[in-house]
Design a protein around this ligand. Structure first.
Ligand SMILES: CC(C)(COP(=O)(O)OP(=O)(O)OC[C@H]1O[C@@H](n2cnc3c(N)ncnc32)[C@H](O)[C@@H]1OP(=O)(O)O)[C@@H](O)C(=O)NCCC(=O)NCCS
Length: 477
């Protein structure tokens, strides 16, 4: 953690004191008994309330607004640790000693450089793709490069060569007297690269987890560069994880303040219970597929606007509102239409989200104190957000416990740092990959394939009629 940012530590500790005053009583030395399976739970749609497994990684108490990683309060971790320490904590269960941290950092730094993966990525039009789609592709290419698992299982069967129309026979195809064109793939198979590690072939080895934590950051930064019409930048081994991501995104070494804010943002987003993307990763891993595919599934789940995509939507909404004096009219219109307001509400939190408690003062600090980020646009965004928060909290907050969530202020923090909106969700992934990998790694120690049920409400005994006698039937919704 940078010692040169005491102001930021102070803001976090102040937010912690406020949270503690409003919802005191985080258990200090209790241990929780393991569950006795099978158990009874009240389950709502969307698996609300269902308990899928036991974990030591993280605890979210939505009624009180508590967030704990491996027994540590999120406020303390943000105030006193770096992302690397927190990633180590999530994976190994304890905060590292100096030696353990040095060794872990060494492994993360070694895993930052992905020249082959980036080269493969750049053979596709990444600049035309949604950045999350590029990130998912990059993770898959990392898997291919680092584990080389596709080749044996995926060797194409010549009998399944794709037949095509005569018109599309490529000019170089030698005439073989075939009636139709035949494309053949995989004749010349590239040898397995020497650096492809056999050790990463375990379903979720710690090596793979570390490679993914570093690699998702590198790929995120490369996507930011490519979308900016620039070439990816080599990582700087002398920078910490947060600073290096910012450097690889922008080409400039960040100020201690920007580095610290990014570090805090990465810590805050690193884990959050059985959220949709974590669950998606675990479902894929539970089939004993592999962790690269699991993380790909998590990235896909995080893309949705009801999950990680919300922070982009928040900034777009604040821009669309146009200023604090236009909030009331916009809010009334939106409520009338019955639309949800991005950045508010949470399945779990019915109290103030502790992550929003930390991000709000950081956003305020950036827009009012940081010379790099205090642009008039950022200040307007922040003031509009504060006004919107007031309107929502005084109405929906009271009626339905709809309060700001993590995404409400993270977008303002990122845009104040000059990060474009389309990179917000990939940055979320670059942090959450620590929680995804840790939870998959933990779950696989006592793996059971996920297999919930759906309740059938359909019909029985229907007759298959010839197509000519079928009629369109109006279905009840
Ligand atoms: C996060 C979210 C998906 C949680 O969904 P959920 O647990 O299924 O909650 P529900 O949609 O059932 O909401 C409960 C009630 O609060 C209301 N509500 C929830 N979030 C709201 C929002 N952002 N704006 C307005 N009303 C909201 C719902 O309309 C519902 O009201 P009702 O009981 O009168 O129908 C939902 O709050 C949402 O869509 N928020 C906006 C997107 C967002 O910020 N996502 C990031 C989450 S970290």
């Amino acid at each position: 953690m940078s010692d040169s940012t005491p102001e930021i530590t102070k803001l976090i500790l102040k937010a912690a004191a406020k949270a503690d005053k409003e919802s005191p009583g985080i258990p200090s030395d209790e241990t929780v008994e393991p569950l006795k399976w099978p158990l009874q739970a009240t389950v709502g749609p969307g698996l609300e309330g269902a308990i899928a497994c036991e974990t030591k990684i993280g605890y979210v108490n939505g009624t009180n607004g508590w967030l704990i990683y491996q027994g540590y309060n999120i406020f303390d971790l943000c105030a006193h640790c770096t992302f690397e320490e927190v990633a180590y904590l999530l994976l190994y269960g304890d905060l590292p000693t100096k030696e353990q941290l040095d060794s872990f950092q060494g492994k993360l730094v070694a895993a930052r450089s992905l020249p082959h993966t980036l080269r493969m990525m750049m053979a596709t039009p990444i600049e035309e793709m949604n950045p999350m789609s590029g990130l998912r592709l990059g993770t898959n290419l990392m898997r291919r490069r680092l584990t080389w698992r596709d080749t044996e299982a995926g060797r194409p069967d010549p009998s399944s060569a794709i037949a095509s129309d005569e018109d599309s026979i490529p000019m170089e195809t030698a005439p073989m007297g075939e009636k139709r064109a035949i494309y053949e793939f995989g004749r010349r198979r590239a040898p397995r690269p020497q650096d492809a590690s056999r050790r990463t072939t375990g379903a979720a080895s710690l090596d793979s987890c570390i490679q993914l934590i570093s690699g998702v950051g590198t790929i995120t930064a490369a996507i930011a560069r490519i979308h900016d019409n620039a070439l990816p930048i080599e990582p700087d081994p002398n920078l910490g994880h947060a600073a290096n991501i910012l450097y690889m995104m922008t080409g400039e070494r960040p100020s201690p303040e920007a580095e610290r804010v990014m570090d805090v943002a990465l810590i805050l987003h690193a884990d959050h219970g059985m959220n949709a993307s974590t669950f998606a990763a675990m479902v894929v891993a539970s089939t004993l597929s592999d962790i690269y595919f699991s993380i790909g599934a998590a990235i896909a789940a995080l893309t949705g606007p009801l999950h990680g995509g919300a922070n982009e939507q928040v900034v777009r909404t604040l821009k669309e509102i146009g200023g604090p004096n236009k909030v009331d009219a916009w809010f009334k219109r939106t409520m009338k239409k019955g639309e949800k307001i991005p950045g508010f509400g949470h399945r779990v939190y019915k109290a103030y989200d502790p992550r929003a408690r930390i991000l709000e003062p950081l956003a305020r600090h950036l827009v009012s104190h940081s010379p790099e980020s205090s642009s008039p646009e950022s200040r307007l965004l922040y003031r509009t957000a504060r006004k919107l928060e007031k309107s929502v909290v005084s109405t929906l907050g009271k009626e339905k416990s709809v309060l700001p969530n993590v995404d409400f202020y993270s977008g303002i923090v990122y845009s104040s740092m000059g990060i474009p909106e389309h990179m917000f969700t990939p940055l979320f992934a670059a942090s959450r990959v620590a929680g995804w990998t840790a939870r998959v790694h933990e779950y696989l120690k006592k793996n059971r394939i996920f297999r919930p049920r759906a309740w059938y409400v359909g019909e029985f005994g229907r007759e298959v009629k010839p197509i000519t006698s079928r009629r369109t039937k109006k279905r009840k919704k």
